[in-house]
Design a protein. Structure first.
Length: 146
């Protein structure tokens, strides 16, 4: 049976850092977010994939697609890129930040904490407060033509 292919043009990407800590702690958190977001996007809609910041940032064609960065700017280069480009939507000083333009004109978000545990709390806050709006905006973007 052939392996299914992941078509980035039809995928919302959740981007994690590629450090050992990010791989050990943030990637599992990102997979949980991917499952939650996948249920919001529904069957036959966009798929959700998890990838590293190195891969994402080296694929210029992906930058117009919906994406969520998971992990702080010290462990995730995509978060570092977004840090001064997205407004803060929800902040607990010294613990975590959720960044997103809540109109989702740019369907991007960053969820990060000062620790990996703080990042997990940020992801939960994003999932509970903003994921439904993000999913609606991602679906409105649709898939890119093949």
């Amino acid at each position: 049976m052939p392996e299914p292919t992941v078509e980035p043009a039809n995928t919302v990407l959740i981007v994690t850092g590629s450090t050992l800590g990010a791989e050990a702690y943030d990637r599992p958190t990102a997979y949980g977010l991917a499952r939650a977001l996948g249920s919001l996007l529904g069957p036959g809609g966009l798929s959700v994939g998890v990838c590293s910041d190195v891969w994402y940032l080296n694929q210029a064609g992906l930058r117009s697609r919906p994406a969520i960065s998971v992990g702080g700017p010290g462990v995730n280069a995509f978060t570092a890129y977004l840090a001064d480009r997205l407004p803060s939507a929800y902040v607990v000083d010294g613990d975590f930040v959720v960044q997103a333009d809540l109109d989702f004109e740019d369907v991007l978000a960053a969820c990060w904490g000062t620790t990996h545990a703080g990042t997990a709390v940020a992801v939960t806050a994003f999932r509970d407060r903003y994921a439904a709006g993000f999913a609606r905006a991602a679906l409105a973007c649709g898939a890119l033509p093949a």
